[in-house]
Design a protein around this ligand. Sequence first.
Ligand code: PLP
Length: 356
Amino acid sequence: MRVYLDHAATTPIDPAASAAMAEASARWANPSSVHAEGRAARAALEDARRRVAAALGWSGAVVFTSGGTEALALALASSGGAHFAGATEHAAVRLATPDARSLPVQADGTIDLAALQAALAGADRPLVAAMHANNETGVLHPIADIARIVRAAGGRLVVDCVQSAGKIDLPDADLLAVSAHKLGGPPGVGALLVRDPAALPTPGGQEGGHRPGTENLPAIMAFAAALEARADRGWAARAGQLRARLETRVAAAGGEVIAARSPRLPTIACLRMPGAEAMLQLIALDLEGYAVSAGAACSSGRVKASHVLTAMGHTERSAGEAIRVSLGHATTAAEVESFAAAWEALAARLTPARAA
Ligand code: PLP
């Protein structure tokens, strides 16, 4: 029996989303076509746009994209002055704006507000990227405070909400990126929520000119359905209780719970087994039936210290001993307890001196 605890990488497609995709096969036409079939597809597309905005509590515009990465790239291509980005941002931000000035985080993983204020002093129309929930640690940045500082500096704020959307309420900002495959929708679809679409580039003929390429209507309809299926956030609170139980056991067995006292998304645990390389842990746990990851899914496979943990003050060695365990909508207490037992047994095996 396999236990999947890598929901922050991708979570299974919700049955409501699968049903919506099947239903979309009846609206297979191109939403840009003028005939009746095309108009029906356009109506379905605009209906999905309204539903996504409503489910996310968003009153501005919604531009559908191929996922979180494209939404962030579009946001960071919007007009403005110098770019600034949190030191623990996802590769999607780091690659889209490689020359951005890095904003340090504190040891608890949150952006240093005093450093942000100092960095923005004198900047002309700064564009600041700050993620809502970190994908490796779950740490939640104080977005309301960050937004206040950015606005006072005359800038705009881009928030990567890929991990938080569908789990907790989204913050208010100028541009927010979301992705369907992290919340029960299919991969390859996401959205940029934008207050002022006039600031976005217009490279194409779809999505208000902000995107070239035929809209992926079945995936977009499934995205809307998945978000609605996550409207009751009780599951995320339950996941938080399961995570607390896991972290208590790991700490008692000699492990370190990274950012244990920081405000965090309830679904992600970052667990360090002192003295045991993360890759060894992953392989051993996989052989025993547990799917977890080291750092970001996109960088697992590469033995490279996490930039997130080193930015928080960990040495490369200690950062290389941490794994990410992420819970999903359907994760059960039995799965988490069984993983905790596997972690304890592995710690006793890989770090016997500690366990003794
Ligand atoms: N931002 C964060 C925080 C993520 O965790 C991910 C995916 O791992 C992305 C952006 C990229 O999203 P997508 O896979 O939809 O392109």
